[in-house]
Design a binder for this molecule. Structure first.
Ligand SMILES: [Zn+2]
Length: 986
């Protein structure tokens, strides 16, 4: 451990970095006066970043600690980034924006504002960071009301409530019993500790792409026998793509404790699930952003003056000035600074007045990237990034999912009480698995946490989100959880919850506990649900349920590596530039997963179906004709008596004097005509004019808009020189009326109606996995293609190619591996010995001598695998065997092996082996005894000090070995012996 003192040179961020050659190091920055932690870094390995806030002149202690390894030196650097105390402070507020229809929703999401992932009937909520954002709304003529004028005030109250909660409640109802939000260092430290203390069931993982601030993204894997690549299906539970969504990290972390605690307490449900499925928890996907948000959250609540108030120029020891700017605490994105440079730093960006830069990780996934619902510019709050998968955060998740068979995925966010599944765009239609378990699983989880289970686009259209890629490319069921609504919207008539009225990105901790436990009003009173705890259990149960995925099984040499691979191109959306659709991009996707065959040589691999959902469904349709010719029209501003519309300042005015109307026909398909879609568009000279539009279907074909004519689309932008409405199949052909309203236009417009052909026909296709059997060094011995659907299992036969080549040629390492896990069948059966096992040995001694991990031990039987295939069973007295025996006889065999038999073909007994014919056996044995027990027929024969045992079935020897001689002298005794461990026989 090394300590160093220093004084903060300025008010602002201090960041300490440590680099060493090897080992595991931790780093901490502490306030000398109080001893409290200012910043910490506790990730795995020899690279640490710890950044936090300090005031000028504050005395700090930097502490570096080597937890393991031998590296003597570590390079430590400290940077300070001053923050201008006089900088303009922008207030963050939460507003509710009226969005009466889908088009308005799309227009709003395209403004690049900070969408709150929350909406209700006719509105969406948006976080405004300062006056410029409010101006954007006004320019686009959105009506909005303010829900929370100053998020920092709300937050201050929440942290005060947290302090009271922590004081009142010593241990919360959470599995970890925590009472307050974790910091980044808390997460990494706790994960490290869980892995250290539970090495059999918890393993640390580090994802390969470092973040812009130099952090490693970490997680843990949790399952029985966690180090084995065992082919169990995987449940990935992750959180905090968005920096400010603190509960989204707490819940997956608590889930890790849930499993570990349950396992240790012998909870049968947890034990069962951990034997059948693997859980991967990555609580913080965006650690840079989270550290920034979380650090500022603490500071804002604890600084002098309570961390509140207006800027206080000149008060150098008072970091309230910095802290009262809540932009950082309500940060959403990662820390990228510029499109053309792979660098980024949230702290420095903030100090330089560039706080608005960054990429929204949940718009950067490659599947459908670049389409609607994502920002095009780096200061947009939903910025999609410079390219698909351009960010370390999404690259990490791609890597994680591509190298494992993740059959279930939950990505946690806040706040709206939703469980979302694909598609993110309505136009894509239902996913192919909608009614093959996908919807059912979402609904089952929602019944527990009281959220609404729905398709992603029902909140608003988005592209580039996690499941857009993960489900489309792998077929694993992926869900977005929006945790934490505090005030649901209830339908007064039905009493059903129909939306969320109020919530918070990181509410008081007590609320967060309720969401996990299922004590919220919704989950408790209206549905009797049991919260996200139970929702995650359901996700894990679904993961373990082989009807929801695919299974391949067979045998292969122990130690061999089986590999399932698939390489393909995934498409983005037509990339929007300036709102116009441009090219579709493609990028490489490589799914590459492995399983190591265990000691028995038998494998069972739980995998995703071989055909991607992206190509499993037919898209488009064949063309049946040509699109109709385009229709031109035009209009002008004016006023009575001129023929034109007068400015009204009202986008939805019904007065004829304020609008022009254009009537046109949409021909029905057939007779050489094929219109899959049509678009009405007007353009004018400059953005100083503002026309707004509405499209009606003229249901009664009378040429005027009247009562029964439905509005089928609106386009009412501000500060543009065009408006456009598109309608795609299924639409009703016939007469339409396009109304052009003069909001504030002085220029004439020209318009067109254009008709489009259907999208290119892409018939559904089937895809196959490529399965190889490899030597441990990765040389493929045999390759085959596997076509497998959901809810299917298939036997795999490698023929002789894989086993023979591995054991005969390249198998040394495979053998070495097998030696570490299985028993060697050397020395055959001699005296009281069967290979390395022996009769009469005590159980404890036998286990010490055999040293190998047992496949199973129960009811007096220890079962081991044997190199080359097969098992060896060592049996010890059971209560059933002891029954009816004299106490002397009982004492003689107490705790000692009375049975050693094996199914390995390597053992010979009387020149017989497993696989020999029963007929041959009968010839070889003299004076043998034949006993049927259950489905097996046993033959026994006497030897000098033991009884020879042969188990046969359907004409062949299946198992052979030795039994205690005294216990099998009579026929009755032999039957009791063979039934001693199981009524149906050994
Ligand atoms: Zn989010």
């Amino acid at each position: 451990m090394a300590r160093r003192s220093f004084t903060a040179p300025s008010s602002g961020w201090v960041a300490a970095r440590l680099e060493a050659d090897s080992g595991d190091w931790d780093l901490g920055l502490f306030d000398q006066a109080t001893g409290s932690r200012v910043a910490g870094g506790s990730s795995l390995g020899a690279s640490e970043v710890a950044s936090g806030l300090a005031a000028r002149g504050q005395e700090l202690t930097l502490q570096a600690c080597r937890r393991s390894g031998t590296a003597e030196d570590a390079k430590i650097t400290v940077d300070a980034t001053a923050i201008d105390p006089d900088a303009k402070v922008e207030r963050s507020s939460l507003v509710r924006v009226s969005t009466p229809n889908r088009d308005r929703k799309t227009e709003l999401t395209n403004l690049g504002l900070d969408m709150a992932e929350h909406g209700g009937p006719g509105y969406l909520e948006v976080v405004l960071h300062g006056a410029d954002d409010a101006d954007k709304l006004r320019e686009a003529k959105f009506a909005f009301t303010t829900e929370e004028r100053d998020l920092a005030v709300t937050d201050q109250a929440a942290r005060e409530a947290d302090a009271r909660f922590a004081q009142r409640v010593r241990a919360s109802a959470l599995p970890s019993q925590r009472t307050s939000y974790r910091t980044l260092a808390d997460y990494t430290m706790e994960m490290k500790r869980l892995a250290e203390q539970n090495p059999d069931i918890v393993k640390s993982i580090s994802l390969p792409f470092k973040t812009y601030e130099g952090r490693t993204v970490e997680g843990i894997e949790i399952t029985e026998d966690v180090d084995r690549r065992d082919g169990k299906p995987v449940f990935l539970n992750m959180g905090v793509h968005h920096a400010r969504e603190w509960p989204a990290g707490e819940h997956p972390m608590e889930w890790a404790y849930e499993l570990v605690n349950g396992y240790k307490a012998n909870n049968p449900r947890v034990r069962n699930l951990m034997g059948r499925a693997r859980t991967v928890v990555v609580p913080i996907i965006n650690p840079d952003g989270f550290n920034h948000s979380r650090t500022r959250g603490t500071a804002a609540a604890s600084g002098p003056g309570g961390g509140r108030g207006a800027p206080n120029p000149g008060q150098e020891n008072e970091i309230v000035n910095i802290l009262s700017n809540p932009t950082g605490e309500y940060r959403r994105k990662n820390c990228r600074l510029a499109d053309n440079s792979e660098s980024g730093n949230c702290d420095a960006a903030f100090a330089a007045g560039l706080a608005a830069t960054g990429v929204d990780p949940n718009r950067n996934y490659g599947g459908l990237w670049g389409g609607p619902g994502a920002g095009e510019g780096i200061t947009d709050e939903t910025y999609r990034g410079p390219g698909p998968f351009s960010e370390p955060e999404t690259k990490n998740v791609k890597d994680l999912v591509s190298k494992r068979q993740v059959t279930t995925l939950i990505t946690n966010h806040t706040f709206s009480d939703l469980i979302l599944r694909p598609p993110g765009l309505q136009s894509l239609g239902d996913p192919p698995d909608e009614n093959r378990g996908y919807k059912a699983l979402g609904d089952a989880m929602a019944a527990e946490n009281g959220y609404l289970s729905q398709k992603g686009f029902e909140l608003y259209d988005t592209t580039g989100t996690t499941e857009d890629w993960s489900y489309g490319a792998t077929g694993g069921f992926g869900f977005t959880f929006e945790i934490g609504c505090t005030e649901p919207t209830i339908n007064e008539e039905s009493g059903e919850k129909v939306g969320c009225d109020q919530g918070h990105f990181h509410p008081p901790y007590a609320e967060m506990v309720k969401e996990y436990e299922g004590n919220t009003t919704r989950s408790d009173e209206t549905r009797d649900g049991q919260g996200n705890r139970e929702a995650y259990f359901i996700a894990l149960e679904s993961t373990a349920n082989s009807n929801r995925h695919s299974v391949i099984a067979g045998d292969a040499p122990s130690g061999a590596v089986l590999r399932l691979k698939k390489s393909f191109k995934t498409k983005t959306s037509p990339v929007l530039r300036g709102g116009e659709e441009t090219e579709v991009q493609e990028f490489d996707d490589n799914l590459d997963t492995t399983l190591r065959v265990g000691g028995t040589g038998l494998f069972e691999w739980h995998i995703n179906p071989s055909t991607r959902p992206d190509v499993a469904k037919t898209r488009g349709r064949p063309r049946q004709g040509e699109p109709s010719p385009k229709v031109d029209f035009s209009g002008s501003p004016g006023g009575p008596p001129a023929d034109g519309a007068t400015p009204s300042g009202d986008a939805n005015s019904e007065e004829p004097v304020f609008h022009n109307e254009h009537v046109f026909q949409v021909p029905a398909n057939g007779g050489g005509v094929d219109n899959a879609e049509f678009t009405v568009r007007i353009e004018w000279a400059t953005i100083t004019s503002d026309w707004d539009t509405r499209l009606y279907r003229d249901a009664n074909s009378n040429g005027i808009v009247d009562g029964g004519d439905p509005v089928v689309g609106t386009s009412q932008q501000g500060t543009t020189d065009f408006e456009q409405i598109s309608l795609a199949e299924p639409y009703t052909p016939g007469q339409y009326i396009f109304r052009v309203n003069n909001f504030a236009a002085t220029e004439a417009y020209t318009g067109t109606v254009t008709f489009q052909s259907p999208p290119p026909f892409q018939p559904a296709i089937q895809e196959r996995w490529t399965l190889t059997c490899e030597t441990p060094e990765g040389r493929a011995r045999t390759t085959q293609q596997v076509l497998i659907d959901r809810n299917q299992s298939k036997p795999i036969d490698f023929g002789s190619a894989c086993p023979r080549s591995i054991s005969a040629n390249a198998g040394l390492d495979a053998l070495a591996f097998a030696r570490r896990t299985c028993l060697a069948p050397r020395r055959g059966i001699r005296g009281k010995r069967v290979g390395p096992a022996a009769l009469s040995r005590t159980r404890a001694r036998q286990r010490r001598i055999l040293r190998r991990p047992r496949l199973k031990s129960r009811k007096g039987i220890d079962r081991y695998c044997v190199i080359g295939g097969g098992t060896l069973r060592a049996g010890y007295p059971t209560r059933r065997l002891n029954a009816g025996m004299s106490s002397r006889a009982r004492k003689r065999i107490r705790k000692r092996a009375v049975l050693a038999i094996s199914t390995s073909k390597r053992f010979r007994l009387r020149k017989l082996r497993v696989g020999s014919r029963t007929r041959t056996l009968r010839k070889r044995l003299k004076g043998e005894r034949r006993i049927r027990v259950g489905k097996n027929v046993w033959y026994t024969d006497g030897a000098k000090r033991t009884r020879l045992l042969f188990r046969t079935r359907r004409g062949r020897v299946r198992e052979l070995g030795l039994g205690n001689k005294r216990l099998t002298t009579t026929r009755r005794g032999t039957v009791r012996f063979l039934r001693a461990w199981d009524r149906r026989g050994l």
